[in-house]
Design a protein around this ligand. Structure first.
Ligand SMILES: Cc1ncc(COP(=O)(O)O)c(C=O)c1O
Length: 385
């Protein structure tokens, strides 16, 4: 009997230890983690510099309040703003909260422009979180089922379809477009290379905010610090979480220009958001990514993994497509493959299944031997389908 609510259906395994790309369960069995707690532990488990930052900060100060100045927050905000060419950051505890802040800023942008019933365009098959506003923004009826009435006003348009957004240019109620640069939860959907550039042009022309949800794609996951940097654009609002804390809960909503000035005292806040512990850890995550040149490792390992899969799976009929950007990788199959989750676990590999796709989000620190281990297990399982 469990005293937990039933909103998760966990696999029958309990991990007690982690080290680098590996996890150990309570029977001492070791697993290769090709999921990273869903794009969170990019630096792997028990990274010495992260453990040291946690320990040393815990011995000094865990929490005060946003009613007082927090130096670790200032330092992290400056680093993130410089990395992303943005002006100001708000810190919270999760991706959904980062998106909530972005949505609230879009509503304030509407007020500032005398738009009383603002609408935000988001994409079909998107995922932005599980709070009421973010599940309403999410373009997936399964996430919304049972929770009506939803938060209005979001309109869901086709992803990777510039005309679908252009169609709304004459609608004076639109105030923002909110997108993932690559859709993660729907199975690594990579849009055309210039999609975001076109969307930004439309936003600039109409005084709409461009909100990019990089909760999953950010912090090196795609081989750039932020996925939108492939497009050489800067959004008005950028949201981050997951890999930013490598396992400590932190989210960030970062804004540029006028959007960075809309939150004023009393308009938004969080008790825990941006406390000294999480900010110190997040700054350490960013330091390690730079010092260890991890973006380069992501790109080298991505090329290696994708070319290995392409070669080894080319004769396998059940493989429809391989999609990837950096270490966001999906192998789409011709049929349902949920059984692969348990089969991979039996072979001591952690993966995700999204629809008909195997989704892999291995650590940014993965090396060639570990990649080979992952590739071999996946190829064996897929070939037996
Ligand atoms: C793109 C994106 N946005 C938002 C979220 C929600 O983040 P969290 O679960 O931290 O609230 C996720 C989580 O998977 C995500 O992938």
């Amino acid at each position: 009997m469990s005293y937990l609510m039933s909103n998760y259906a966990p696999l029958p395994v309990t991990f007690t230890k982690g080290n680098g790309c590996y996890l150990t369960d309570n029977n001492g069995l070791v697993y290769l983690d090709a999921l990273c707690g869903v794009a969170v532990t990019g630096l792997g488990h028990s990274h010495p510099k992260i453990s040291e930052a946690i320990q040393s900060q815990a011995q000094q100060l865990l929490h005060t309040s946003n009613w007082y100045h927090i130096q670790q927050q200032e330092t992290l905000a400056e680093t993130l703003c410089k990395l992303a060419d943005m002006d100001a950051a708000f810190f919270c505890n999760s991706g959904a909260e980062a998106n909530e802040a972005a949505i609230k800023i879009a509503r304030l942008h509407a007020r500032a422009n005398q738009i009383n019933e603002p609408i935000i365009l988001t994409a079909k098959q998107s995922f932005h979180g599980r709070t009421m506003a973010t599940l309403s923004a999410t373009g997936n009826s399964k996430v919304q089922a049972g929770f009506a009435p939803l938060v209005s006003e979001f309109i869901h348009v086709n992803f990777n379809d510039v005309e679908a957004i252009q169609k709304y240019e004459s609608n004076p109620r639109i105030v923002a477009v909110m997108l993932e640069p690559i859709q993660g939860e729907s199975g690594v959907i990579v849009p055309d290379a210039d999609y975001l550039n076109h969307v930004q042009e439309i936003c600039q022309k109409n005084n709409w905010l461009l909100i990019l949800d990089e909760v999953q794609t950010g912090i090196g996951r795609t081989g750039k610090m932020f996925a939108h940097q492939y497009n050489q654009i800067t959004p008005d609002i950028l949201t981050l979480a997951k890999g930013l804390g490598n396992g400590v809960p932190i989210g960030a909503c970062i804004a540029k220009g006028d959007a960075a000035k809309l939150l004023t005292p009393g308009t938004h806040g969080s008790t825990f958001g941006g406390n000294p512990l999480v900010c110190r850890v997040a700054s350490t995550v960013l330091d390690v990514i730079k010092q260890d040149n991890l973006l380069n490792n992501v790109n080298v390992m991505s090329d290696y993994i994708v070319s290995s899969f392409t070669e080894k799976l080319k004769a396998v009929d059940s493989v429809l497509e391989i999609r990837a950007k950096g270490l966001m990788i999906a192998i789409e199959l011709t049929k349902e493959c949920t059984q692969l989750l348990q089969q991979a676990l039996d072979k001591k590999l952690l993966i995700n299944i999204t629809g008909q796709s195997i989704r892999l989000l291995p650590p940014l620190i993965i090396n060639k031997e570990q990649a080979d281990e992952m590739i071999d297990i996946i190829c064996e399982l897929v070939s037996q389908l």
